[in-house]
Design a protein around this ligand. Structure first.
Ligand SMILES: NC(=O)c1ccc[n+]([C@@H]2O[C@H](COP(=O)([O-])OP(=O)(O)OC[C@H]3O[C@@H](n4cnc5c(N)ncnc54)[C@H](OP(=O)(O)O)[C@@H]3O)[C@@H](O)[C@H]2O)c1
Length: 257
């Protein structure tokens, strides 16, 4: 049976990838730090009649990352979902350097290492896909999360470059750009999201359903929902000085950190 390794499978978007992939026939290796949360998603995977393997790992820890990269090299792994990610609370100048470093270790280094571990076997077997979760933040400079926005820009450029590298093979590589999604992401950071209008929020189901459709269609980029496709296009075509001015004034209204 094909196996998908899903990082950050204990909650939010990653848990939804685990459920939807199990529902279409994948066995799932679930990666995250919190065992009980992983076990409860694993039970949902098993309810679809699929095998679930719980891998408790902090991807910012060298030994734990090695444990997961070894698993990703497995012959049965036909899909890698690099979903685990974190942000930083408040403004960069007030953020602890170690928190910024941990975020880069997770959002950038672990994702790169897992792709590096997965690809040679996939190329050899002529079969396999990688989904990397970026964010619309990749295209929106931010005064509250410069490190986060830059880490997601890395994911976008890195993934698109991998797509170029595997062009002409049956391998598929997809970068996902979610907008605001109702998950544990913002509460974990203690972020005030009360100013975000309700229409701006997506569900994990919307993100995962649309991205899996885009993967099946052989696309390289997935921007779930029409409203975020429009927002991303505007962010990409707006002249950068104007975009920075707009985001700077929005930042003054939306954050008091
Ligand atoms: N929510 C949004 O608005 C939004 C928007 C754009 C992009 N995204 C991206 O979507 C992805 C998923 O986020 P989410 O919204 O689903 O948030 P979430 O509910 O907080 O999920 C984050 C997942 O990452 C795991 N994780 C965090 N740190 C980890 C570490 N050091 N090692 C291993 N796993 C770790 C968490 O599991 P444990 O706590 O068990 O480790 C959890 O399963 C992230 O890459 C995020 O940047 C989210």
């Amino acid at each position: 049976m094909p196996t998908a390794v899903v990082t950050g499978a204990s909650s939010g978007i990653g848990a939804e990838y685990a459920r939807q992939l199990a529902s279409i026939g994948y066995d799932i290796a679930l990666v995250g730090r919190h065992e009980s949360a992983l076990e409860s998603v694993a039970d949902e995977v098993r309810a679809f009649g699929r095998r679930a393997e719980v891998m408790v790992a902090d991807l910012t820890d060298g030994d734990d990352l090695e444990f997961v990269t070894d698993r990703v090299r497995g012959r049965d792994v036909s899909l890698l979902v690099n979903n685990a990610g974190s942000g930083t609370p408040g403004r960069f100048v007030r953020s602890a350097p170690q928190v910024e470093q941990d975020m880069l270790d997770l959002n950038v280094s672990a994702l790169m290492r897992l792709c590096h571990a997965a690809l040679p076997g996939m190329l050899q077997r002529n079969r396999g896909s990688i989904i990397n979760v970026s964010s619309v933040a990749a295209y929106t400079p931010s005064d509250t999360g410069p490190g986060y926005a830059a880490s997601k820009a890395y994911v976008a450029t890195f993934t698109e470059s991998l797509a170029v590298a595997v062009h002409g093979t049956p391998l598929r590589v997809l970068c996902v750009f979610p907008g605001y999604v109702r998950t544990a992401f913002h509460p974990r950071l203690g972020m005030d999201t009360s100013w975000i209008p309700s229409w701006a929020w997506l569900t994990p189901e919307q993100v995962v359903t649309e991205s899996l459709q885009d993967l099946r269609r052989g696309r390289t980029r997935s921007v779930p929902t029409a409203r975020y496709k429009v927002a991303m296009t505007l962010a990409r075509i707006t002249p950068r000085p104007l975009l920075r001015r707009i985001l700077a004034s929005a930042g003054k209204v939306t954050t008091r950190a």
